[in-house]
Design a protein around this ligand. Structure first.
Ligand code: DAH
Length: 348
């Protein structure tokens, strides 16, 4: 029996040298220490041997089992390490390769300008409200003094969506009618509404079929044109710098009477004349006026008691002037260089 155990050890040692894979490990375990392995078999026949012999044999078979188990687990560890190392070397990262460049994001210039407007108006007690971009003809035109067939409608080349009742709003002024109607002629109104508007314009450096306006409306007792002038002047000084001078030129809109065009002194040349202001010294930033008698009436306010002023700033125009952008399409073609330039300007 002793010789047999010695033979098992010799066989095992020579088998172990050839173990290369995890499957070899499984096989060698089965051959020697598995349920039907030759070392396991040793103990099976022991009950027929005399106690003295059995004890000796027991010790020997324990020894060989211990030896075989330890050797196999050493080998197993060796193989697993080799597999891991191979995997690691295949997956090694070449740190000399150039990385993918990730550009920093930056706030949109247009959003920033809108936020500036909101902040200044809110500090003066205005609420910021929203209105639908898909609008009814009634709000976009009729309640603003532009009945069907009115020639001035043609000036706002409108995108009609369904028949002649539903359209993409051609300006943000319909929000005025919506807000007034919601208050049922009872409360004062003081709102601004920044939002998108749409016209069937051909896109070029100064026109876009989609653009942004900042609409404003105030309705209260004794509101006059001079209140509009004062408010706009304060706002423009805050937004464009304390030296900014405002100018109001007579104009015509169906929903205001009188109506004005709002200009500010050119912040580039301070009124001397340059290419930004086309040598006039002035830059137009929007339209405004005293809310028309019929508009107040049509929107549920008694024009004998209430009065108001309204205005609409061109947001892209203000942003272009403030940040020296020469093409309105910059706002709609995502180009990080533009907003990053803006970021740097803000820092300075
Ligand atoms: N809605 C006008 C436009 O798009 C701008 C405007 C002018 C708005 C006068 C007003 C206003 O609120 O009072 O051309």
């Amino acid at each position: 029996m002793k010789e047999y155990i010695t033979k098992i050890k010799t066989d095992f040692d020579s088998d172990l040298v050839n173990i290369k894979t995890t499957q070899d490990i499984v096989d060698i375990k089965a051959k020697y220490i598995g349920k039907n392995g030759c070392i396991t078999d040793l103990t099976k026949g022991m009950k027929d041997i005399n106690p003295e012999e059995r004890k000796k044999l027991g010790m020997l078979s324990n020894e060989i089992r211990k030896y075989v188990t330890e050797e196999i687990s050493k080998k197993e560890e060796e193989i697993n390490n080799a597999i891991l190392n191979e995997k690691l070397s295949k997956e090694a990262i070449d740190i000399t390769l150039p990385g993918t460049q990730v550009n920093n994001g930056a706030p949109s210039i247009l959003e920033k300008v809108i936020e500036d407007f909101e902040e200044v108006f809110m500090s003066m007690g205005y609420d910021v409200v929203d209105g639908p971009e898909l609008e009814e003809d009634r709000f976009n035109f009729e309640l603003l003094g532009l009945p069907k067939g009115h020639p001035a409608r043609d000036a706002q080349d409108t995108f009609y969506v369904k028949g002649d009742e539903l359209l993409l709003r051609s300006h943000t002024s319909p929000v005025q009618a919506r807000v007034m109607l919601s208050k049922q002629g009872k409360e004062p109104v003081r709102i601004i509404c920044p939002g998108k508007a749409y016209r069937r314009d051909d896109d070029d450096a100064t026109h876009s079929h989609q653009f942004t306006q900042i609409e404003g409306l105030i309705v209260d007792k004794d509101i006059k044109l001079s209140d509009l002038k004062g408010t706009v002047t304060v706002i423009c000084k805050k937004l464009f710098g304390p030296d900014t001078v405002t100018r109001f030129r007579p104009s015509y809109y169906q929903f205001t009477e009188p109506s004005v065009e709002m200009d500010i002194s050119c912040f580039n040349c301070k009124g001397e004349g340059c290419n930004i202001c086309k040598n006039t010294g002035w830059i137009t930033i929007g339209g405004a006026g005293v809310v028309h008698y019929d508009v107040l009436k049509g929107c549920g306010y008694n024009p004998e008691k209430w009065s108001g002023f309204a205005f609409g700033f061109g947001a892209e125009r203000c942003a272009m002037l403030k940040y020296g952008i020469s093409d309105i399409r910059t706002f709609y073609n995502v180009d990080l260089r533009e907003s990053q330039t803006f970021d740097r300007k803000e820092e300075n």
